[in-house]
Unconditional design. Sequence first.
Length: 128
Amino acid sequence: MIRYALLAASLLSVQTLEPVLAAAAPLDPSGIWMRSDGNARVIIKRCGKAFCATNIWVRDTSGGEAIGDRLVMNVSPQSESILAGTAYDAKRRLTYSMEISVQPNSLSSRGCVIGGMICKTLNWSHDR
């Protein structure tokens, strides 16, 4: 009887910890993502303590985008689904304030310059 009580107590404590462990899991935007306008595909992966988003495919390069363009994002969790911080684009020599909303199959990224006066939001779908 005591054995069953201990087993039940240990199962209950594991079930109680599951939401805490899930909430503690770090947000990770890693993967291959297709931009909603269909013009670019990026791979996001860790590069040191930051995340790097690198163009691996670009349909139309007339806007200045090229394969290999890279954005280094120094972001940290702000909530269960939001990463925020800064991003550096070496090609354009610009630093953006950055916010990324991370969902299982989608991302939304918002980058701003000039103290938030000029911003752009892009939506992404997980490319499998």
